[in-house]
Design a protein. Sequence first.
Length: 394
Amino acid sequence: MAFLQYIKGESSRTLKLLGLPIYQIKGTHRSSERIQTFLGGLVSTFRLNDNLFNKVEKAIKICGLPLFNRIEESQYVRWYFCGVLFKTIDLKKQFIQKYENVFGKEHDIVFILSSNSGEAYIFLSHVFDAYVRKNNFKRPLIVATKKYHEDMIKAICPDVEYIRIKALKHQFKDDVLVNGKQTYFMTFSHQHFLQVLKDGKTLPIEHSHYYTPILKRCGINENEISRRKITVSESVYQSMLKKVGEIGLDLNKFVFIAPEALSAIALPNKFWVDLINEFKNRGYDAFVNLMGNEVDLTGCEYKSCFLTYPEVFALCCNAKKIISLRSGLTEFLLQTNVASDVLYTKFHDRELTVESGYKTFSLRKLPFAERSNVIEYYVNNDNMNAVKAQILGA
């Protein structure tokens, strides 16, 4: 018998000492429930994270009996010791105390960008003006919580006041929070995204596309929207030219490739290497937009450097083609009107199939999209070569 034994399952892990379990975990960081046990169950922890219904529960137990419980439900967080309530936190009051001085009092509506880039682009470009106009707000403020939010605001809403803060440490659960004469609007919560994923699995396409719940949360009808166009300042354009000039990118004949995404599962490195090599053989340079180290492009020649969202937009206006794994960047680049191939893979949410993801997040169903310029593919192990050939026009 091994002194130490580590057993790993699909959603569980166990560590044994001389055959006796000393640590076990069931569930992963993505699971709604996770249980950890120590020393054969002498001590255990329990976590329930049901964001869709606004409930989070954490517990520490000794010999199966509750010691500490923390329950977050609706707008309240409650702490219990041995089953007795000893502390309650009102999340709305906590948020106001933390941020009202940060936002100031001079704005009647404060939009807090809390989403990833795709939803942020849709809100700023399609919904912002309609919401302000419909609700008769006079002095809006946009709050960026990520660097690229700030870049997008500058490119889409350069006439609107904004501030940038660190990622929110405290949030209220509703979309709207009224603080005296000031309204806070959260765009968009994690609960919103979870609801979109749930609808994508269960509802027909006319009710499940992600654009519909965005409009619904904002109380906007499609006939009320108008699109703000992305503007690139001369300083941004010159900054882009300087960066790509330093890496020697051929601006007269290049393709733009974005192989990374937060929600979609990555394609094999070989897919991208083969694609880049074939474009190279046809006389095209390749600019690859890389943000992390998930993709290994060893075996091909390409150009890459860090560009902000507006700089990426300015560069892509000169591209012969845009090829991207479906991500929030693809919405932002629609206004380039450059021919785009958009690839859909399975989402990290295992219950959302490739087909469901395609149905839920298709760009061709967005208003104002130049549909003739966008070709979408869902990619799996069986059709990768065929998709590659279609992208290359073979």
